[in-house]
Design a protein. Structure first.
Length: 120
């Protein structure tokens, strides 16, 4: 009778498969412009909405560049874990009045299992 054993290669392949099944959303794919001038608030919200609806853990990726974001609320609840991976720079509008008197610039509301990773 054949003996069943788990090879290290098989375990690594299974681990990689489960790790790579996470959803990834690049804000540039949603129309965000890394030029430091164009308002990218809506593309960020669209990426958030897609990630938040994902049934598998999701990552929102912000590549290198400067992204202008107005006052924004990233709201939940989300269906799964969401990670913001920021390699670029988030920039508030140069006109203070565009942020308004909301008391915040970027707010996460009614969400759990959200992580933010960045390079600085």
């Amino acid at each position: 009778m054949a003996k069943l054993t788990s090879s290290p290669i098989f375990i690594i392949i299974i681990f990689y498969f489960f790790q790579s099944s996470n959803a990834a959303y690049n804000v540039v794919s949603f129309g965000a412009k890394p030029d430091g001038r164009t308002d990218s608030t809506q593309p960020f919200l669209e990426a958030w909405s897609s990630a938040c609806k994902s049934v598998t853990p999701a990552m929102i990726y912000v590549p290198r560049g400067s992204f202008v974001i107005r006052a924004v609320v990233f709201g939940g609840p989300c269906r799964s874990k969401v990670v913001f991976r920021i390699d670029g720079t988030l920039v508030a509008p140069s006109n203070y009045w565009n942020v308004g008197n909301s008391g915040y610039w970027i707010l996460f509301s009614k969400v759990v299992r959200v992580s933010i990773w960045w390079d600085y």
